[in-house]
Design a binder for this molecule. Structure first.
Ligand code: ZN
Length: 360
């Protein structure tokens, strides 16, 4: 992402949607939107309407923001940031304290001959909304909702999420596919993160929890060296550390499958939950895999016909029960039990899931 224009954001967003969200321009994670969860989210962000007051209270450096946990209320009023220019000439906005910690980390790395810079950090909810609006206008609301992460649900909104790029022998290396070619450099960087209050946010093989594939460049500042050390040494995701991986609040029945591994089905279920989290006010009651018999030639053909250029080779159907909001929200009739609501996901030869269709 050389230039942080709306166009490049759109590309980034589009690319990022693959895993429940995606690379990390969007965001996501586990658990569901049960009443308990909702109230937890609210209590984490006390509703002090007065922004001046919340400013003095500051932000919660351990706030969880992912596709199921939106940016806490009042965050953008309380946030203090600095804007700096990176070596590519782009402006990057970072939360103040996180930036100081980043500078200390950067200086330490340079002693070891490792050179990094900031690719992107904060993106406001309004920016995300703008992208959503552009997509809605260009491609229609259905496509936009499916493709663009919901504004409010990206960790980059916090100002505490930093995407790094590398400078190797005087050359900037900022494309994801190039950056992943240097695991030994990332290892050196990751080793030093906890000392400065950072954690690596999207770990390898934890996609079914975070909703994201491995991103060696995406750091999260948590302003707590001890916690960062604990998280790192135990190999935890932030969700696991915060106890926000909640599998008991809703029944997910993965059934049995000869077609998919348990991890594949878990990952598919996470994606469904992530998307469901954008159904305002709806309460998830249960989710189940419909069984391998959904993977017919006919269904594969059908889902391929819905996504232009898609080459899906396998499909999976999930069935969901949920309850609609007490007040009419426009999308569904109020206060209704929705049974056997269908979710259709597909995999291409790469094996990553896409939600292709949902509804009755
Ligand atoms: Zn990121």
């Amino acid at each position: 992402m050389k230039k942080l224009t709306i166009a490049s954001l759109i590309i980034a967003l589009t690319l990022s949607i693959t895993a429940c969200g995606a690379a990390d321009t969007t965001s996501s994670s586990q658990d569901s939107v049960s009443g308990t969860e909702a109230s937890q989210t609210e209590s984490a962000a006390p509703a002090t309407a007065d922004s001046a007051e919340s400013k003095t209270q500051g932000i919660d450096y351990k706030a969880l923001v992912n596709k199921l946990h939106p940016l806490p209320d009042g965050w953008e009023d309380s946030l203090e940031t600095v804007t700096v220019k990176n070596s590519l000439g782009d402006d990057v906005e970072v939360e103040k304290k996180a930036y100081d910690a980043y500078l200390a980390l950067k200086a330490d790395l340079e002693k070891d001959g490792v050179f990094v810079d900031l690719d992107s950090a904060r993106r406001s909810v309004a920016d995300q909304q703008r992208i959503m609006d552009v997509f809605t206008k260009e491609y229609g609301a259905d496509y936009a909702i499916k493709t663009v992460a919901a504004p409010g649900y990206s960790e980059h909104h916090t100002g505490l999420a930093l995407d790094l790029y590398l400078n190797i022998e005087g050359e900037d290396v900022y494309l994801n596919e190039d950056m992943v070619q240097y695991p030994e450099i990332w290892a050196k960087i990751h080793e030093k993160l906890p000392e400065y209050g950072f954690i690596l946010r999207y770990l390898e093989d934890k996609e079914y929890i975070t909703g994201y594939g491995y991103e060696p460049w995406h750091l999260r500042y948590i302003d707590d060296v001890d916690a960062a050390k604990e998280i790192t040494s135990k190999g935890l995701t932030f969700e696991e550390y915060l106890g926000a991986v909640n599998t008991t609040d809703v029944t997910v029945d993965l059934g049995t499958s000869e077609l998919y591994t348990e991890d594949e089905l878990k990952e598919a279920a996470v994606q469904v939950k992530c998307k469901f989290a954008t159904f305002d006010g709806c309460m998830l009651q249960s989710l189940r895999y419909a069984g391998d018999e959904c993977n017919t030639e006919e269904n594969i053909k059908w889902l391929n016909s819905l996504d232009e250029g898609a080459e899906y080779t396998k499909v999976a159907e999930f069935l969901m029960d949920f309850h609609t909001p007490k007040e009419n929200s426009g999308a569904f009739d109020a206060d209704k039990d929705m049974k056997d609501y269908q979710w259709w996901l597909a995999q291409d030869s790469e094996g990553s899931w896409q939600i292709v269709s949902f509804g009755y």
